[in-house]
Design a protein. Structure first.
Lengths: 132, 153
């Protein structure tokens, strides 16, 4: 058992990210980004977004993630409401060079995983110092 | 001292300044009404997972946002009128990496909810899809509304 108790993180609405044509709120998904020697990995929580409603775009160093929520509004009377359904949008500027041809995206349990492999030129190269 | 405006009066060297002010005020009102009116307000209990509970004539539906939680790490039980959702959200294990951002939370959770009506134990459906949990709790026969037809002579 983990020691931490999970709290609700209130969804943050996107501030002016270009207007959406869909009449639903747009939220900023919380992300984890970690870097290994070979790749940059991004995890984003996007509950309610199926894999075919994800749109990932890499334009020079601008990475844009969009996810459209897919759910049927319940017809019943609302008794209790703690969250709102909405789309997700977030943009990042990448610093290191990414090998576009090998980008992998997968979706599991509402979490997007994006693996951005580093281009050869951006990988750290070991320089051996030769003794004279 | 009072500041008031004559009808039709304008700022001499700033024509339209007050109109802009009025416009801003109207926009503000509209913005505020979007928060108070329209859809139902969101009231958070602060306990994970966030829920939406809706009631229909014959069933109660509970929806929860549980992204990143596997079905086997989730425990749902109903005792009497109390629905309990508990489980754990596990962090992804990654070796030899540098974290640039860590915004996703993990940990264990337990949330109990008193249902507004009795539910019949069997026939409860639970499904997990794309990080959403959806529970359908049918009401037992005796609390369902019954239609009474009036017979003519």
């Amino acid at each position: 058992m983990a020691e931490t108790d999970l709290q609700i993180e209130e969804k943050k609405a996107v501030q002016a990210a270009g207007e959406s044509t869909r009449d639903v709120p747009v939220f900023v998904p919380p992300v984890d980004i970690y870097e290994s020697e070979n790749a940059l990995t991004l995890l984003a929580d996007m509950p309610g977004v199926p894999i075919d409603k994800i749109d990932i775009d890499l334009d020079s160093d601008q990475l844009t993630i969009r996810g459209m929520v897919d759910h049927e509004e319940s017809k019943g009377k609302v008794i209790f409401k703690e969250f709102t359904y909405g789309d997700y949008y977030r943009q990042f500027t990448l610093s290191s060079d990414i090998d576009r041809s090998r980008i992998q995206a997968s979706m599991k349990d509402g979490v997007l995983k994006l693996v951005l492999p580093k281009a050869e030129a951006a990988k750290p190269r070991k320089i051996t110092v030769q003794s004279m | 001292m009072a500041i008031f405006r004559y009808p039709g009066w304008r700022w001499p060297d700033m024509p339209g300044a007050l109109e802009d002010f009025e416009k801003a005020r109207r926009q503000m009102d509209r913005l505020l009404s979007a928060f108070t009116g329209g859809s139902e307000a969101v009231t958070s209990s602060g306990v994970f997972p966030p829920l939406i509970v809706t009631e229909e004539e014959d069933k109660i539906c509970v929806e929860a946002e549980i992204s990143g939680i596997k079905a086997e790490d989730l425990d749902i039980s109903i005792v009497g009128r109390t629905l309990t959702i508990s489980g754990e959200r596990k962090p992804e294990e990654a070796q030899d990496v540098n974290y640039h951002r860590r915004e996703r939370k993990w940990g264990s959770f337990r949330k109990a909810l008193t249902l507004p009506e009795d539910v019949s134990g069997d026939g409860v459906r639970a499904e997990c899809r794309d990080g959403l949990l959806r529970l359908v709790l049918p009401k037992p026969e005796h609390v369902k509304p019954r239609k009474i037809t009036i017979q003519g002579q």
